[in-house]
Design a protein. Structure first.
Length: 207
């Protein structure tokens, strides 16, 4: 090997060592950050799994209480959050309604800290129960500003039950406009509109 080659290798080695000295903190920081991300992700996964187990246990307890005729089942789900918790609470409310415990179902729905993606469903279920128990004013207030077809239909139901046929007709008409032509709910809405004294237009005809 020539002397020049040895000098080149020595120079290259010095450059590498110099670069490592200058960038040691950055390298160490990157490694530490990578390890932190890995462990943080693992911790988050285990935390979510633990939360799901807690929600499932609370859900099972609430269902057992309801089926056994005990009161206060919704308290078992208090403080639970997330999509799974919201779905569990909706299921508990359904079981409570089937058991004739409508007031408890209302309490369960009111107590849900709903995931944003499921909030409209929770709101509509609650409004449906409020309508069924003669609390139309509360249902209307709850649905104020909602533009979803199901919410508009529930507003129509509340107004019709309150004797406000003209306003109910308007809400049913808007609900039909917002509803897909092929929706299975369309026929039910058409009947409600007719019952309120409205005219069911052709799908291509503006309401």
């Amino acid at each position: 090997m020539a002397i020049d080659d040895l000098l080149d290798e020595h120079e290259q080695g010095e450059r590498v060592r110099s670069w490592l000295r200058n960038n040691a903190l950055t390298l160490v920081g990157g490694v530490v950050l990578g390890i932190a991300v890995i462990y943080g992700w693992r911790w988050w996964g285990e935390h979510r799994l633990k939360q799901d187990h807690q929600v499932h246990a609370a859900y099972e307890q609430a269902i057992r209480q309801t089926e056994a005729g005990a009161d206060g089942a919704s308290a078992a789900l208090s403080g639970q959050e997330g999509v799974y918790a919201t779905l569990a609470a909706l299921r508990v409310a359904k079981v409570q309604v089937e058991a004739g415990k409508v007031d408890e179902a209302v309490a369960t729905l009111r107590g849900i800290d709903a995931d944003p993606t499921l909030q409209p469903l929770v709101t509509q279920r609650l409004a449906q129960l409020l309508n069924a128990t003669g609390k139309q004013d509360e249902a209307l207030k709850l649905l104020e500003g909602e533009t979803d077809s199901a919410a508009l239909e529930l507003r129509g139901d509340a107004l019709l039950a309150s004797g406000k046929r003209d306003e109910a007709r308007g809400e049913y008409g808007k609900a039909l406009t917002a509803l897909d032509v092929a929706s299975p709910a369309r026929r039910r809405l058409e009947l409600k509109l007719q019952d309120a004294g409205g005219h069911v237009p052709d799908p291509a005809e503006p309401i």
